[in-house]
Design a protein around this ligand. Sequence first.
Ligand SMILES: Cc1ncc(COP(=O)(O)O)c(C=O)c1O
Length: 329
Amino acid sequence: MLDFRSDNTHGASLEILDALARANGGSVTSYGGDAITARLRDRVRELFETDCEIYPVLTGTAGNSLAIASMTRPGDTVLCHADAHVVRDEDGAPQFFSGAQLAPISGARGKLHRDDLPSGAACLSLTNATEAGTVYTPDELRALTRDANHRVHVDGARFANALVSLGCTPADLTWRSGIDVLVLGGTKNGLLAAELLVVFRKNLDLTTRIHRGGHRVSKMRFVSAQLEAYLSDDLWLRNARHANVAAQKIANGIRDVVELVQPVEANVLFVRLPQRPKDVLLYDWPIYGSDVYRVVTGWSTTDADVQALIETLTRSASGGPARPAALRA
Ligand SMILES: Cc1ncc(COP(=O)(O)O)c(C=O)c1O
């Protein structure tokens, strides 16, 4: 069965499994005092061209919640997009960890716009690539962060997809654009289970909160080993590029017959269809309409799957037999 429900349904890259096997040997200092975590820290500083701190965690929800907690006090307000994962899909975890409240704000294409942001919030939470499959550019980020007093968190579950979509540097898309903490996604893009808090702002207390929040992983070497392999030899960018290219192929293959509800800028598409397509697993996406479905590509999506999906969606849109996109005039 074709499966385009989520990038979480993909397995792990072989490079990651190899790195885990290599990390398995010997007795090693626990809780992040190991050589792999030290190398990872150096690599992240090199990649982001700055002196940042890193904290490997196991889920994006924990990363987002701990990041927000480190930048707020109980009762503070956190601005976020109304469709953000932090407010829709984390069951109150950011509020649970921080005691702050989320203030959801609507915005076209899954993005926040400066004129819509009220003043006085302690924190701004952005997602890049967004939940709508669009991407904030460095200019757009700077417009949101410039002259503002709030601290800024980025949910980067699909940060690598945003990066390859824009072709800019990790520094341009984060601290040079006013971002204080990035939760760099890995699990959706070829890791088993690893995300990385990258902290650019000084004097945020993540260490205590991570311990108190149950995310001080004793055998940290295995989390760090995944992230080190991910950020070596451009694996994170190669995997993300693969997923983005597949999404573009699908968009180009169907756009004449299927409405794309959002611009396709990363690895997530939203399609409006008169009937639920057969032979493919997709999630309904009712926030865009009862006839809208989400299509997500991933690092291991094959060309054969892409072609089969194009045919299925085309058939579903027309109600008749599909003509493969490649054969269309
Ligand atoms: C935008 C976004 N942020 C964060 C996450 C991380 O979620 P999890 O806690 O399941 O790792 C997801 C996963 O679906 C996501 O789509």
